[in-house]
Design a protein. Structure first.
Length: 500
């Protein structure tokens, strides 16, 4: 494998990641709240990820949505092989991997693949050259269906401004070291920490950056290499990105972080009317980014097509059809979480703790019956806070997800750093810990195990699949983590289709 791929780190694989905003069920949920008609994730659709990394996220979604077709593209041959391994290990017949650079995609015939309903990019757009960004937009322009959705996550100004000098010095330190990108990142990390703890005034002004460097460990070196050593990494000006995608035939819809679509939540009160008065999407979103000192964008765009805006009646009907399932996710908007901890949201939190909650059911509660307009943002904030995920209106066959989940659990017990299982009722991934994955394997082996028998057999699964390095001192913590699995986690998993 070459050291770089057009300036992007090529000699160290990216860590396997799942991003909830890449799930069509999530994008449809957010678009519906914004009165947009997005492709129905309960029906067959086509999805594509550009820059898929090891394709773990694509594999999770393919397993959770066997009724859909998934296509994942990356320039790194090792990433494509890792994704193909998931296809073979879990028999994911609806996931196709393709090795290609963005320039190669731009040069191919227009019909080399069929058009897509969803195209997603996470951690890609700001890391590649302007020419490759243009190639990405060209791909979107050619292969996104009318009415289709594209999600683009990227670091942005002004919140990333302080990262520029840190990144430049990181690159300079790394350039003075030998070895692969991880080894050079490790050298740069040591040097920057020494400067920070030696009294460098820059870190006095930006203490959170030094805290981030201190929190990094050996498992994060690949992330640092990819994030900081890419030649073309550049936080984007939001207005430039919005204009560029408009020129590619897409218009701005909103943020895949629901709280950022609610002005009363994310904007200073005195600035709300000024920002809302701006008609041009590029200028308005740039102003919003400055009001939030935003460092990361999660843009949603939609290809121009018929009937994209829901009428008030159709919007109400689409909202009433929404259902949320109470989960605990690793993705959470801090301000959304603080808001929904208010007692006024207590009734919704209590219902979500029991499993699924429909918009129609919540609308009957006295608090929301008297002010129905408050329920849409409440649902969005609960999801944005990481407390819930949307439910598909027609859940697909759960067997592919369950086979995939067993493969994931086995890989985790063998040392893989994975934390997400496929939930077909949600068309998405859900977080899971190592003890929970051990319990999943134990119950597949012995479906009626419970209590101490479940804990004992979970330990048997740990030993059977090679996780012998788990120190004995973690035994009690492991047992404690399993103590409420049977009464809390497993019933939810069965409702979501994670486990038979």
């Amino acid at each position: 494998m070459s050291n770089t791929i057009d300036g992007y780190v090529g000699d160290v694989s990216y860590a396997p990641r799942y991003h909830r905003a890449c799930a069509p069920s999530w994008l449809h949920f957010v678009a519906t709240a914004l009165a947009r008609r997005a492709p129905d994730p309960s029906q067959p659709y086509r999805w594509c990820e550009l820059g898929c990394g090891p394709a773990y996220g694509a594999a999770v979604l393919a397993a959770a949505n066997p009724h859909a077709v998934f296509h994942a593209i990356d320039a790194n041959a090792d990433h494509v092989r890792a994704g193909q391994a998931w296809v073979e290990r879990a028999d994911l017949r609806n996931l196709t991997l393709e090795r290609a650079t963005f320039a190669e995609l731009a040069a191919r015939a227009h019909d080399h693949v069929a058009p897509f309903d969803y195209i997603v990019l996470t951690g890609v757009y700001a890391w590649v050259s302007p020419a490759n960004q243009a190639a990405v937009r060209d791909f979107v322009n050619r292969y996104l269906k009318p009415g289709g959705i594209v999600h683009v996550a990227y670091p942005c100004m002004p919140g990333m401004a302080a990262m520029m000098p840190l990144r430049n010095l990181f690159r300079d330190y790394a350039a003075s070291a030998r070895g692969d990108a991880s080894a050079r990142a490790a050298h740069a990390l040591v040097q920057l920490r020494a400067l920070g703890h030696g009294g460098a005034a820059f870190f006095d002004a930006h203490p959170a950056l030094l805290q981030g460097l201190d929190a990094a460990d050996a498992q994060h070196l690949g992330d640092f290499a990819h994030d900081y050593l890419a030649q073309h990494w550049q936080p984007q000006h939001v207005g430039d990105v919005v204009r560029a995608f408009q020129e590619a035939g897409c218009h701005w819809v909103g943020s895949a972080q629901p709280a950022e679509n609610i002005d009363a939540v994310c904007l200073p009160a005195a600035a709300v009317s000024q920002v809302q008065a701006i008609e041009q999407a590029d200028l308005r979103e740039s102003a919003r980014a400055f009001c939030m000192n935003q460092a990361l964008r999660n843009d949603i765009y939609q290809r121009t097509g018929p009937d994209q805006h829901l009428t008030p009646a159709a919007h109400r009907g689409a909202l009433l059809a929404q259902r949320l399932f109470g989960v605990s996710t690793t993705s959470a908007h801090d301000r959304a979480r603080r808001i929904v901890e208010d007692p006024v949201y207590g009734v919704l939190r209590a219902r979500l703790a029991q499993g699924a909650l429909s918009f129609a059911q919540a609308a009957q509660h006295a608090h929301y019956a008297s002010q129905p307009g408050a329920l849409n943002p409440a649902f969005q904030l609960l999801a944005g806070a990481g407390m819930a995920l949307p439910v598909l209106t027609q859940p697909p066959d759960p067997l592919p997800a369950q086979a995939f989940n067993r493969a994931v659990a086995q890989a985790v017990l063998q040392g893989a750093l994975l934390d997400t299982l496929a939930a077909p009722a949600l068309g998405a991934g859900v977080a899971a810990t190592l003890p929970q994955m051990a319990a999943l394997l134990a119950l597949h082996d012995r479906p009626h195990a419970s209590g101490d028998a479940l804990i004992d057999h979970a330990w048997t699964m740990v030993r059977r699949h090679g996780a012998k390095e788990l120190p004995a001192r973690h035994g009690q913590a492991f047992a404690n983590a399993l103590a409420d699995v049977h009464s809390h986690v497993l019933p939810a998993w069965r409702q979501m289709g994670v486990l038979a």
